[in-house]
Design a protein around this ligand. Sequence first.
Ligand code: PGA
Length: 253
Amino acid sequence: MRTQIAAANWKMNLTLQEGEALLKGILSKIQEPKTHQRVVFAVPAPYLQAAANMIKGKKNIHISAQNIYNKKSGAYTGEISVDMLRSINIDYTIIGHSERREYFNESNTFLAEKINIALANDICPIFCCGEPLSVREANKQDAFVAKQLEESLFHLSADALKKVVIAYEPIWAIGTGKTATSRQAQEIQQYLRSLIAKKYDAKIADEISILYGGSVKAANAKELFSQPDIDGGLVGGASLVEDEFVSIISALK
Ligand code: PGA
């Protein structure tokens, strides 16, 4: 079975003390994820090391950055490099979240550079794609997400692409309480997989984990994750609530 992932995205929330209490609470309530499952916590950068220490020795549980820079090192005040992450044993990062694209003007080609540097340094990128409401209303979402994949991922070799996790996150569903229906999410995620099959081959398309994100919560996780092309979720708001995220983890296939 494809790897199934429950990924928490804390965004710019929680103090260190609140984050530690939340992580500790969740860890105390979950079993070791099965071999085909991963639980990932994308925590704010100042807490990466503390969070990494808390999961030390635990299998199939990872701490993730929320962003990286596209350069190895240098005069880039405030940015975070892959080497910094590696030095504290962080092996995941979100790349291209819609909030980065919107508020920090991150383009598809800039994100391609981040994907390259992450993969070259053995950091697993969770690459976000997804359309805004105006595009969905015009029924042009397929072409929109196809372009995102084309410009940020499809320069990769098949071996490199296999290491990427994709998260489909329609912008109109993020933090709005408005979830895509499981049918809408399944349809577009199947389409994303078909694009990969066309560009690469069916085997690779079948191996890649594609998460859904956008108002995933305990009440809808099971239904969403039961879809054949949805391999778990990238979860914002509900990942800040202990019991919500515990039950989202338990909804993984
Ligand atoms: P949400 O956020 O679950 O609060 O909608 C998801 C995300 O932005 O990754």
